[in-house]
Design a protein around this ligand. Sequence first.
Ligand code: 26Q
Length: 833
Amino acid sequence: MQNIKALTPEEEKLKEQIIGKVNRHFGKVIEDATPHMIYMACAYCARDEIMGKWPASHKEIRQKGLKKLYYLSSEFLMGRLFSTNILNLMQTDAYVNVLKSLGYEVSDIVELENDAGLGNGGLGRLAACFIDSLSTLDLPAYGCTIRYEYGLFKQKIVDGYQVELPDAWLEHGNAWQIPRPEETVEVKFGGQVYTHWNNGRCSFHYENSHTILAMPYDVPLCGYDSKIVNKLRLWSAKSSIAMDMKDFNSGKYVQAEEEKQLAEVISKVLYPEDNHEEGKELRLKQQYFLVSATLQWIIKEFKIQNGDAWEKLPEKIVIHINDTHPTLAIPEMMRILMDEEGLGWDFAWELTTKVFAYTNHTVMSEALEKWPIYMFQRVLPRIFMIVEEINRRLLENLDSIYPNDPKKLEYMAIIANDKISMANLCLATCFAVNGVSKLHTDILRNDIFADYYRIHPKRFHAITNGITFRRWICNCNPKLADLISEKIGKEWITDAEQLKKLIPYAKDEKFQKEFEKIKYENKVELAKYIKEHNGIDVDPKSIFDVQSKRLHEYKRQLMNVLHIMAEYNRLVENPETDYFPKTYIFAAKAAPGYERAKLIIKLINSVAEKINNDERIKGKIKVVFIENYGVSIAEKIIVAADISEQISTAGKEASGTGNMKFMLNGALTVGTLDGANVEMSEQVGMNNIYIFGLKAKEVEARARYNGGDEVKDIYTSNNALRKVLEQLIDGSIEHDNTQIFRDLYQTLMFGDYGYPDTYMVLRDFEEYCNVQDQMSIDYRNRQFWLEKAIMNTACSGYFSSDRTILEYNEKIWHLQSIKEDKKATEKKTSKRK
Ligand code: 26Q
């Protein structure tokens, strides 16, 4: 019989509320409720608690007339909300105890919530971390995105291949979203625009345009111990065609229903490409749908408070564009101010250029959005007119700055070569542009955006990404969070630099043992998960070496597998070598149309199959591919990692945020000097991170000249690598199909565009192998290793998204916290620097 603690009076009250919800919401007595009903009832109770704080917070923002941030993003990768919400409400223990008294484990109930998978990867998850920090800092902010009916696809691995399944995350209801049908707005597409002149004023009207309704759902969000309640606004597309009984009776039902579905397809599904542009018309429609609905709402709210005092717009609102995906907000703002509110071009432009800020998240040329004019003009005729005029004025201006330089103008123009460049539209308009790490911002300043940087150097900011420590340690690794709090108090949860107080414990043997025990227990948990989902036995005592992130050639999962193959070959040749057992763990989704990425997944699985079943190596190497990587699975994997693989080709990963999550949870990084890895190495010290490979500048230089000879030399001189490359095409991996991995061999050896080894896999291979060997040696020296691991946790404070948000606020947004006056917020910023 389990020992159940007596409940406190507050807990008794909570228990009554949960039982009450089950009764009234589901019409069930508690004994008959399904676990899912229990989950829903708990979630409703937590939501009530958050909503209870809403009116006061709302009133205060209104009364003080505080400036608001609107964070526009095509993705918000929120994951589950229940456990972070109760953590932020400081009620985790209460729910644990109450659920126990009802016969449930909170950990089982939490699992019943579907992830809100409204994002692909880094950029979407960053938006979610930002909203948590904004709320925790009590800054007024709204996240705005699309309520995709299907989030990122679910991944199944069948016969080693990725298979995509729809993610119907709303299927069993969702406790967090409050529909706001009364705030529905209209969004217009297509048709023709007619210009009328009336008393010297120009007006526009549309014919044959198609109206789609945008209906918002609000998700209230509280921060950790916060006063404010912010919200995430999700827009859902609805048909504007009301069902007419006449049509119904005359048999036009099907036709009407078809049209309805055509409208609703806009918010049906999230595009699954990450760091890759797909110029699809539906994607363009999604983007305009999001920004038009959001801006209509923003302007309406502004007018309620400020009437037509338009000059106040820049002091009352700031709109942040998360990468170029919501860029159409710029011409949409111009349209509303001019066509609907009657402002002239110059005033509208002055306001527009003062309210928009933009963050770039990638330098991959294939991800820079450019829309073909023919499509853009057909779908958004009035917006096109405005973009054309912005471009005309821009070119006039640029011509005076860079005279007689048509090449430069072509590169900087918003419209050139029949395409519309969204990045240039941002650069020409936004008062702030920022990169997501120091290195990335250097590349923006000196390379891809250099021409704009020369004109507006002050607009460019380097603000390194961060992660919310509430989710990425408190919630996913509660034992480690408790251990830390036990030693240094709890303040680090909202003031992450305090983690530095752990530094003296890094050499403390007792602390090392406690730290080690927690890591081991997390590894046992992950091993169980792997056994259950993959049927593979892995030894929690082996080194857990993890690479979990989207699959992309530049992230170089391929280099990781090639190294595993080389290590396996070595072990087969010398089975008696003293080798410390290792478990290689991969998790990654590939964009469904990215054939090579999918082939790399197949390779990982084929190699896994071969190695895991080779008795000669006595289970010393295991390879596991965990399917369906997403926020919730990340929470289980990251806490169990000994080694974090951050091995992108230098210069390609803008920042990375997974790298920070592993560091926080005490994994050691093996990485290139790319993105935020550079700053991680500065924070933790070169002794506590394993850096290898070409630097960004060297990659740049090598990519330009003929790498062919270099690659030939490597092929001839590195026997282990040559063997592995040959194994890709000699049937060693898949006996029945020798040719399946030929494409991978081909791209490494000969490349796609005349240059071999585009991502420098072969050129970094040897150094990568050496650093891997060094790690295996170091891991055996337990104290040596644990000291490094603890140092990683202790030095990760800089990567809290609270720091990131305070920097954005100080340099760009200038919001005021509802908890204190502005001066105090600023003081806090300088204290944390
Ligand atoms: C664009 C046009 C059409 C279809 C899809 C896209 C698209 C979608 C998603 C382009 C890019 C993305 C996502 C980019 C992304 O996640 N970038 C990552 O952003 C993180 C947060 O700043 C960084 O840490 C990562 O380094 C960066 O890769």
